[in-house]
Design a protein around this ligand. Structure first.
Ligand SMILES: Nc1ncnc2c1ncn2[C@@H]1O[C@H](COP(=O)(O)OP(=O)(O)O)[C@@H](O)[C@H]1O
Ligand SMILES: [Mg+2]
Length: 351
């Protein structure tokens, strides 16, 4: 019996009422083995003391069952500190999956204009082409892109307290841009962020989806925080551009997701190189291998490299994403490879 076996076994212990295990929440801080006795250090963050007891009982029972284990001792003192009132409300209290939605992927970036929305939409279309049921949630309250990128300007209907998402090309779509006038002043939008994210996750009738792709606003603000506190994400993708300075932003994004125990699937380098529509040649405007270096330095996979190409912008501006508009183009191929990689990562290791 060794530490790895015990950690493996503890992956079967789920947070009460949530289909996510205590290892991925980071609740197990250490495992000490001495002969046939095991000591486990737990740090459970929850507001409900009953949950601590439930998890402790299940941890004890699970480890006790392993062969070679005689006694199990739990140290949960850190959990209690987390629950002390001066620490404020428990950030995970309301976290629950969306019924019917198998995977929630957040597309994030350190700063704006790197092509996050472009990647989110084309990744979504590429996943749909692979046969998955897809929803796209545009959570950028300050600069919603989905209406233009998908060429949709209707208002979604409401039914009771549920919003029926718009549908196009077999995908369910929701954006604050469908609800708000372009002219709604920015000053009104800030205070609405938390409510919007929660409503989009809880009150939109997404139905059965394999992937809900969420286009986040840039940075690490309220939207990101509300999102990770409302739903368990299957993973996040960080979009970056090849300049060296982008590394700093990408790292900030990675740190934020790490802090909230959200798996970062990897980074996508957008505008990697210039794909000349005239000669078909490749020019590395910002030097080559930037994405690879960033990925290696951050210790996460490089999921894809997307070229800088006028056709990608045109697809975005005309409401016809390139993956759909030009299925045979090399850019479409790059997005499809990205989709295959993302789907593979999530299917091979359940959240
Ligand atoms: N690979 C690319 N090639 C050409 N234009 C791109 C590419 N990626 C994004 N763009 C364009 O750059 C602008 C910003 O992209 P967008 O996806 O809105 O960025 P973000 O969501 O990160 O702010 C848009 O006009 C978009 O069409
Ligand atoms: Mg955007």
């Amino acid at each position: 019996m060794n530490k790895e076996q015990i950690l493996e076994a503890l992956k079967t212990v789920k947070y009460p009422g949530i289909d996510r295990d205590i290892i991925s929440f980071g609740f197990v801080k250490d495992v000490l083995i001495q002969g046939d006795s095991v000591k486990i250090l737990l740090q459970i963050s929850t507001k409900d003391p009953a949950n601590v007891r439930k998890i402790e009982d299940e941890v004890r029972a699970t480890v006790q069952k392993l062969s070679g284990v005689k006694s199990v001792e739990l140290d949960s003192s850190l959990s209690k500190a987390e629950r002390s009132p001066e620490k404020g409300p428990d950030p995970w209290a309301g976290r629950a999956p969306i019924p019917g939605v198998k995977n929630i992927i957040a597309v994030a970036s350190g700063k704006g204009g790197v092509g996050k929305s472009t990647v989110a939409v084309n990744l979504a279309v590429a996943l749909r082409e692979l046969g998955y049921r897809i929803g796209i949630m545009d959570s950028d309250i300050y600069g919603p892109s989905l209406p233009i990128m998908m060429g949709l300007h209707q208002r979604p209907l409401a039914q009771g307290n549920q919003i029926i998402p718009l549908e196009k090309d077999g995908m369910k779509l929701m954006s604050v841009g469908f609800l708000l006038d372009d002219k709604a002043p920015v000053i009104w939008r800030g205070p609405m962020v938390t409510q919007m994210v929660q409503q989009f996750l809880r009150n939109v009738r997404w139905g059965d989806l394999d992937f809900l792709v969420i286009d986040l606003p840039p940075g690490t603000g309220d939207t990101q925080l509300t999102l990770v506190q409302t739903c368990p994400l299957s993973g996040a993708i960080i979009v970056t551009t090849p300049q060296d300075v982008a590394l700093v932003d990408a790292r900030r994004g990675l740190e934020m997701f790490n802090k909230v125990n959200t798996r970062v699937l990897g980074i996508v380098e957008n505008m990697s190189y210039f794909h000349c529509p005239h000669c078909g040649g490749r020019t590395d405007i910002f030097g080559s291998g930037g994405g690879e270096r960033v990925a290696a330095e951050l210790g996460i996979p490089l999921l894809g490299e997307i070229s800088l190409d006028p056709a990608i912008r045109e697809g975005g501006d005309s409401g016809n994403p390139i993956v759909q508009a030009d299925p045979e183009s090399p850019q479409t191929k790059a997005f499809k490879e990205l989709a295959i990689r993302v789907a593979g990562l999530l299917e091979s290791s359940p959240v």
